[in-house]
Design a protein around this ligand. Structure first.
Ligand SMILES: Cc1cc2nc3c(=O)[nH]c(=O)nc-3n(C[C@H](O)[C@H](O)[C@H](O)COP(=O)(O)O)c2cc1C
Length: 171
């Protein structure tokens, strides 16, 4: 593996910078099988005195089943040139295509056999700590920006906060 272990505090700014630009791949599974999808929403920080990462997954995603079944998930930021990978993993479902194979991604495994990708420039391996569904009734009055994300089809995101147990960087 060309990635090496780093202090998570080195990666937090990089992960934040990637969101909304390069974005990242959220992956869950194990050595038997896994699925990955593009995510644009993700935060890292500190909670319950632990380094944490929070991601948001709609229930209709194929990745959702893997997130539910596994104790770990990973967030891989790919280099900016990997635009076609991010495009495919954000538009096709693992129900229809083996995205890892299709994109030529190389699997590596971290804590709990959590899968991530050797092509990444930074990776977080997270152990699930706290899981909660977004609740539309919790939107603060007057915050009309949120509603348009949700139409008649599709569920509200499930929030997964994980303890960051390993961090890797390419440089
Ligand atoms: C830039 C971008 C960001 C995305 N961010 C998220 C996200 O944070 N949460 C989510 O549930 N879906 C997100 N998606 C949608 C999923 O990546 C997409 O539906 C994917 O095909 C799901 O794959 P799956 O069915 O194999 O899980 C995003 C898509 C793109 C293109």
């Amino acid at each position: 593996m060309r990635l090496h272990s780093v202090d998570v505090r080195e990666l937090s700014p990089e992960i934040a910078r990637a969101m909304g630009g390069q974005n990242a791949l959220l992956t869950a599974g194990n050595r038997t099988g896994c699925n990955t999808m593009t995510i644009g929403w993700c935060q890292t920080g500190r909670l319950w005195n632990l380094p944490v990462c929070t991601v948001y997954v709609r229930p209709e995603r194929h990745t959702y089943g893997f997130m539910e079944a596994q104790a770990y998930f990973t967030v891989s930021v790919l280099p900016a040139e990997a635009r076609s990978v991010m495009q495919l993993c954000g538009s096709r479902s693992g129900r229809d295509v083996d995205k890892v194979k299709e994109c030529g991604l190389t699997l590596c495994y971290g804590a709990g056999d959590a899968p991530f990708f050797d092509q990444a420039e930074s990776v977080l391996v997270c152990r699930k700590l706290y899981v909660q569904d977004m609740d539309p009734s919790c939107i603060v009055a007057g915050q009309e920006k949120i509603g348009p994300f949700y139409g008649p089809a599709g569920g509200w995101h499930r929030i997964y906060t994980g303890e960051i147990v390993e961090a890797y960087a390419a440089k």
